[in-house]
Write a protein that binds this ligand. Structure first.
Ligand code: AMP
Length: 504
């Protein structure tokens, strides 16, 4: 039996499996590497190749190389059309990547993988979570559970420490930032708050270096490369910027040699310069951290430690800024690149144990990690209501930070007493937030409503949120009795259109 946690990252993906001693271990891929670049190259524009080979072989054909597609997960947009006319979305790419990771595990253990725990950023919107489940399913793996990345890292850390404490998980990876506050007490691990940015990670720091190099190149050579005519220049620059950034975590200066259209420039970048170019990104991350502490109704003195997770925490500025903010020296007691994946494999063992499965590895039963994990929602979810002055806003039913799984209900009045139809538009966002600032994630329509002048608050809206954070919504007319339930259909991506909202 293989007990697997999969961390499908924006820039790198990792898999961990429980070993016969009951500990998680990284599963090396078929190249022998612990990490697989989340990159796909379509050889001849048709045959997908994944990982380090994709990076190496795709160098000459940047138009067939795809990376960072996790950021577009759940979008219906086609990102590649192959030679046979088949179109691939980010979910399709993720399926290809997961299939490759599955083959790595199967090659190592000589056993089929058909179930695993997958990790997702805590601030991932629901349609992206659904897309991850769909991609795994299409790759032949049933998602036992989706676990938020910082929660997974927190599980790995709490199980290692085996004592009561409160801590911050600061998770800055290739594409996303998650900050969660957790409490470990006995065998209970409770997420007290979670916040973050869906688009803040190492890639954004690289982009600042790339921009600087392009500007310097133009200044020195008189030619400004463009993505349209110099695709290979940008492909190489992405690689050089990544290396330069990593050098700057060790050294105080580095150089990039850039060549394009027969011209060359050598751009020197100091660590100070890099830190000032990216200071707004770091400030944003610190702002999220402060917010997470506040949303947990705590102050820094209530917290025992900060654990650093994700490859980007290796930037010295991140570590020193967090120490300055909190007066706590952050640490990497668990390998920042592996903690999420370890926790996912441990979660998989716990889920199997819950299902009553004896976990047999190498012919003997392994000890199951003992923990009960209480997760919270990363978003508020409500429905669209109209103010007296007609302005549309979000009336939150499930507040951000609510422990899950849970069910919440609220009642609303019709806008006009003689309405015979009500549209309940489900919004992701904060209480009272303007409609345009919220994300519309679904709609329930109640029809043939009997006209009843006396009854206010007749439309009942219920949201049930499962352990993966996925929502089931029900709308009910308390007068006529009509009830409509939807499991939000994420297959078309989120709705940004604004249908008639004459509703509750
Ligand atoms: P992860 O999503 O945890 O795999 O993190 C990947 C990100 O970590 C990428 O953006 C890498 O560039 C970044 N990273 C890895 N090592 C370092 C380092 N030594 N210094 C700065 N960033 C790093």
């Amino acid at each position: 039996m293989i007990v697997i946690g999969m961390d499908v990252g924006t820039t790198r993906s990792k898999v961990a499996a429980m070993d016969e001693t009951g500990r998680p271990q990284i599963v090396l891929n078929r190249r022998g590497d612990p990490f697989t670049p989340s990159v796909i190259y379509f050889e001849d524009g048709r045959t997908p190749i994944v990982g380090a080979e994709a990076l190496a072989e795709g160098f000459l054909h940047p138009e067939y190389v795809h990376s960072c597609f996790k950021r577009a997960l759940g979008s219906p947009d086609g990102l590649h059309t192959d030679a046979s006319g088949k179109s691939y979305t980010a979910t399709g790419f993720t399926q290809i990547l997961i299939t490759d990771l599955k083959q790595d595990v199967e090659a190592r253990f000589n056993e089929e993988v058909d179930e695993a725990v997958f990790t997702v950023p805590a601030n991932f919107q629901d349609h992206k979570k659904q897309a991850m489940i769909d991609a795994a399913g299409a790759a032949g793996i049933k998602v036992v559970k989706l676990v938020h990345e910082p929660t997974a890292a927190g599980i790995a850390y709490a199980l290692q420490k085996k004592r009561d404490f409160r801590f911050v998980v600061f998770d800055l990876g290739g594409g996303t930032l998650d900050v969660s506050i957790l409490e470990a007490a006995g065998s209970e691990i409770t997420v007290l708050s979670t916040t973050g940015r869906e688009k803040l990670g190492g890639e954004d720091f690289n982009a600042r270096i790339e921009r600087l190099v392009v500007e310097q190149f133009a200044k020195e050579t008189g030619y400004e490369p463009t993505v349209e005519s110099d695709a290979m220049f940008f492909q190489e620059l992405a690689d050089k910027a990544e290396r330069a950034k990593i050098h700057l975590s060790q050294k105080t200066a580095t150089k990039i040699v850039a060549g394009c259209q027969g011209r060359q420039a050598i751009v020197e970048i100091t660590r100070d310069q890099f830190e000032s170019l990216t200071s707004d990104l770091l400030q944003d991350a610190l702002g999220c951290t402060t917010q997470a502490v506040e949303e947990a109704s705590l102050s820094w003195t209530d917290l025992d430690s900060i654990i650093l997770v994700g490859g980007s925490v290796r930037m010295p500025a991140v570590q020193s800024a967090l120490a300055d903010l909190s007066s706590i020296v952050p640490h990497c007691d668990i390998e920042p690149d592996r903690a999420v994946c370890y926790g996912a494999a441990q979660m998989c063992a716990m889920e199997f144990a819950k299902q009553g499965k004896a976990i047999m590895i190498g012919g003997r039963a392994i000890p199951t990690p003992q923990a009960f994990v209480q997760e919270v929602t990363a978003y508020g979810v409500g429905c669209c209501v109209a103010d007296k002055d007609g302005a549309l806003r979000n009336a939150v039913i499930l507040s951000k930070g609510t422990s899950i799984p849970t069910t919440k209900t609220d009642r609303f009045s019709l806008l006009h007493e003689d309405q015979t139809e009500a549209r309940i538009e489900i919004l992701q966002g904060g209480e009272g937030q303007a409609y345009d600032e919220c994300l519309s994630i679904g709609e329930i329509v109640l029809t043939n409503l009997p006209v009843e002048h006396k009854k206010s608050k007749r439309i009942e809206v219920t949201y049930a949120i499962d352990a993966n954070g996925m929502i089931r919504a029900t709308g009910k007319d308390l007068v006529g009795g009509e009830q409509v339930e939807i499991r939000i259909d994420y297959s078309k991506g989120t709705t940004s259109s604004k249908p008639g909202r004459d509703a509750a």
